[in-house]
Design a protein around this ligand. Sequence first.
Ligand code: XIL
Length: 453
Amino acid sequence: MNLRTGRRRTLLLSAAVASAVVAASIAVIGTAEAATTLGASAAQSGRYFGAAIAAGRLGDSTYTRLLTTEFNSVTPENEMKWDATEPQQGRFTYTNGDRILNQGLSNGSKVRGHALLWHAQQPGWAQSLSGTALRNAAINHVTQVATHYKGKIYAWDVVNEAFADGGSGGRRDSNLQRTGNDWIEAAFRAARAADPAAKLCYNDYNTDGINAKSTGIYNMVRDFKSRGVPIDCVGLQSHLGTGLDSTYQANIQRFADLGVDVQITELDVAQGGNQANVYAGVTRACLAVARCTGITVWGIRDTDSWRGGENPLLFDGSGNKKAAYTSVLNALNAAGPTTPTSPPTSPPTSPPTSPPTTACSATVSLNSWNGGYVATVRVNAGSAAVNGWTVTVTLPGGSAVTGLWSATSSSTSGTVAFRNVAYNGQIPSSGSTEFGFQGTGSGPTGSPTCAAG
Ligand code: XIL
């Protein structure tokens, strides 16, 4: 087309409709920013709104219409669990998991992986294993599944429901727990090595306020952070009854303050007079905490719910929006189009006034493959406690840091200085902490240096 003619035609057309356009835009001022779907409304503040979905329902047109219009994250309700992905030991089946993944990715949604290790929904062969054989099988499962989905999963529920209900604040008994208390950290390390880009979450229920169980989890996360065990997020399932714990938001906040994201991962609320209010309360609590990055409801219509007869979801069995839907949408829109602020960083720890001679050392262990590697760096204090550390590593030509956890870095190639973050700068005498990074090319070969202070 002749550009000049085309442009003139556009101008003429613009002039002809100008008065109508002015009138129309005046009419929409004030409501233009209120998004009309859950996903778009959550996205205004940089968050997602997701649903658990089932591969067997993807042929239902009402279901897929609601899924693709309302949600921008999906979680497989069952398709990525151990019994689904490794029905026989060492034989992996990803057909239905891949259907969920592709449904999400083709719709531009995030995909939450659920769940690598759990005491429930294990294949029969795993239920009959114990000890070293079970530990090895479990870690192999984590490695294989996380590798299959490498680079495609936003966040993995690496370990699901490992804490006991009630007042103990301790671990739940299970075959996995009986392999040794370190099974959870072993799973997180294996997941990080297999898929360094995925956020790694610990996920549980009955954690809907500050209580003994959530405090047990809180203490584990704090311990993992201090020792450099890779963990990025905590999932609060939030299968709720008719009320909301008054400490729901404070609980989210205290996890965020440890330096992890929080996600509401399996929200559903018993139907009752309060359902819409409880949904709105959960939504507002998440929006009030910068590190609460998204909400997932555990199903789409009441008839899709695992809580048969409780009608706990946002759409009725015919796919109509319920009052709870409107209350969530309004709560999301009330937050307005803001981006969550980055979490406050703690002020740098001030150096000791008369510095004692502190020393530290560091060692690197590499997990390499053709074209890349994950480096895990252990930072050791000497005979005096360390208050802040910098580890310097020289990368060979062609290597660049592409991912980093539990430290910050001065650059991504050449000589790279890694500095502690707020929660792992202080190492007691003779103690140690860990950080890690992923890189392209081949990993560092020389010894790292460590400077304390
Ligand atoms: C449920 C599914 O919704 C059901 O279809 C299945 O029969 C049992 O598991 N916590 C979790 C989820 O982490 O995986 C569970 O999902 C619900 C409780």
